[in-house]
Design a protein around this ligand. Sequence first.
Ligand SMILES: Cc1ncc(COP(=O)(O)O)c(C=O)c1O
Length: 360
Amino acid sequence: MIAFVNIQAQRDAYREELEKAEKAVLDSGIYIGGPEVTALEAELSAYTGTNAVTCASGTDALTIALSALGVQPGDEVVVPDFTFIAPAECVARLGATPIFADIDPHTLQISPESVESLVGPLTRGIIAVNLFGQCAPYAELRQIGKSHGLWLLEDSAQAFGATQCGKQACTFGDMAITSFYPSKPLGCYGDGGAIFTANKELAQKARMLANHGSEERYLHKVAGMNSRLDALQAAVLRVKLAHLNAELKARKAIAERYNAFFANIEGLTPQQIADGNTSTYAQYTLLVDNRKDFVAALDQAGIPHCIHYPMPLHRQPCFAELAARYAENAADMASQKAVSLPMCAFTPIDEIIERLEKVF
Ligand SMILES: Cc1ncc(COP(=O)(O)O)c(C=O)c1O
């Protein structure tokens, strides 16, 4: 059976290194913090050229970053309408209001024009999501942020390792986050996340918030939270980080095979990768005019698929009281047309193309 993301094949490929690293942690007696977490943070900092602070998940990373940036009840934060719910959810959990910006219908990234049109007196910041693995349009977003005095938070949960004009993801916002959820391009064997910032004060604040608001044992400067990455997950991530660039190359080659196959088929277009961007291909996503028939053909061929995402955030029941201000938009179009296909460095692309050839 073809897997949507083949985490087992990846484990088999690095088994010796992983088991050695896992055993060393289990035998060390140090399970929270310690040398593996410190070493991972140094490696993540070196990879991105910024300061990395690990935590317990991408969602926690967003909450910590938003808190460090000073989000208060009553504030408005612009988020993309078409993405996983976490950015909007974290804004709402802090008592602020997510304002949903539309997307570009081709790249599926947050639209700077839409962001600009939504900025008002209560707007404090913008969360840009690097959707499906490529960076959002940061030149334009930074300009908007600068002209309105807004902070910019880069949600790179899906795009650790992507680049824009040669610059690493996780370096474009005042702060950035990523997720180490197992199926992410850099994933561990449980939940995990990280916060990134070039600003040392914000990094220190994030670290304090993630550790019960404490820098000194039993002295709590602010009400924080417990959000720590396990040493075991850090050890796993260190092994996988060493293979990440090779995996990103393999993902790109797989995406190119898909692109070449679908180029000859009417009624569908792959997500466009913007000029200057490289993608991690966290998802390989197509926009398909007749999704029902397309999905039926994939089922017939035994090719797994997912719909990322079936509903724009402004239509989610939890945001019902905000929905009235939004008209039908490109996020609606994407939610009706998007289909994601199997993608990871170990995806058996030859077999998938053979199966596709039988049904298209
Ligand atoms: C864009 C985006 N932001 C945030 C998250 C949250 O990450 P986590 O699952 O590690 O909490 C995800 C996870 O899917 C995501 O896709």
